[in-house]
Design a protein around this ligand. Sequence first.
Ligand code: HSE
Length: 456
Amino acid sequence: MNQKFEPKPPLRIALAGLGTVGAGVIRLIETNALLIARRAGRRLVITAIGARDRAKDRGIDLSAYAWEDDITAMTARADVDIVVELVGGADGPALTLARKAIAGGKGLVTANKAMIAHHGRELAALAEAAGVPLRFEAAVAGGVPVIKGLREGAAANALARVYGILNGTCNFILSAMEETGRDFTDVLAEAQARGFAEADPAFDIEGTDAAHKLAILSAIAFGAAPDFASVETAGISRILAADIAQAAALGYVIRLIAMAECDGAECDGADCDGDVSLFQRVQPHLVPLAHPLAHVKGATNAVVAEGNFSGRLLFQGAGAGDGPTASAVVADLIDIARGLDAGFEADMAFSVPAADLVAMPPAPSGHRTSRAYIRFIVADRPGVLAEITAAMRDAGVSIESLIQKGQSGPDGEAADVLVAMVTHDGPEAAVTHALKLLEGSPSLAAAPLVMHILGE
Ligand code: HSE
């Protein structure tokens, strides 16, 4: 490598939070120091670190770095340009640190999707007012450069919609169920044992984590103020091995899809006026085998964006893990190091000025049309199918196919059976209406499960 490189003054970094990602950032900055300096035009130097437990063995030598027991003290250090927040949590210490860092004139890099989904607009406005950078590439899809891809690579496009697989834990579980025929709880236990899922996996499996990431993507793609509360969210915990098998028989796989779309009027992503609403939903979908997302397996993330000039873009890669997430964090630091001389007075973390982020009203899903898979668990007795199909008829839902899988109880008696139905393309409100008609029916042994079918 050419050794004539003469760097400018280093970018000095304080690192708050030393979990697997924090340790990964230190390892990456140490391992790739020279190539990073050449690409950034200056060295990245960690000057201070801090975390809850100083004594914890992280498998790396931390003796070269000043330790701060109180991470907010980093924000007042004269030898720090940028604070990297890897503490986590929407509020609490992470948010306090972020606000103080910006108020203290430091740039902020974070992997914290919950904080950006809830407080991103405020932090972006504070950063703009202070003339410091705010970056959060690692908050969405781990190591996949989807924010840079949309904010920079696709910046010239009006985006019609953005959707994808944003939670690696769910994708690991669904692909393992698909490959092994095992049930959800069984595979979840394995995911936890292998460290893919948290001990309390609710954030992942109930769709909250993907919803945080989707709210951020909507802001980047459509200039919408991040609005996590309006994301319709359903998780994967009710999916049965039998659903996976039925989907496979029909030519689909099941994936947890996060989807955002401007609704109603045309939206050009940067100049949306008041009559545009925003549809945001996280829900398991049936994905046709011909769709690229059907082939995304394991803990991988993938995002599809449809630009009016670029056409369909696909971003794919590791959505979690120390290496990939550290890669995204350090990419943000390199980005900042490159721009340091010019300054960040006109910097826009969400592609448009924070004041221009539009509070778009949530688009109701009812008038959307789609095909749907509806699964019932019902008592196996005369008239049950007739009752279900009558509700569909009365609500105006047209049935494309219907399968009943019977099974016998231990003593040969009829047990509950699974009825899986696919509807023709039609208004989602009609399906909702049909299920309302069936609500409380003694024929249903469990609440029905609806999954929409992704178009190709
Ligand atoms: N828990 C997340 C996932 C990774 O399973 O994808 C961090 O965002």
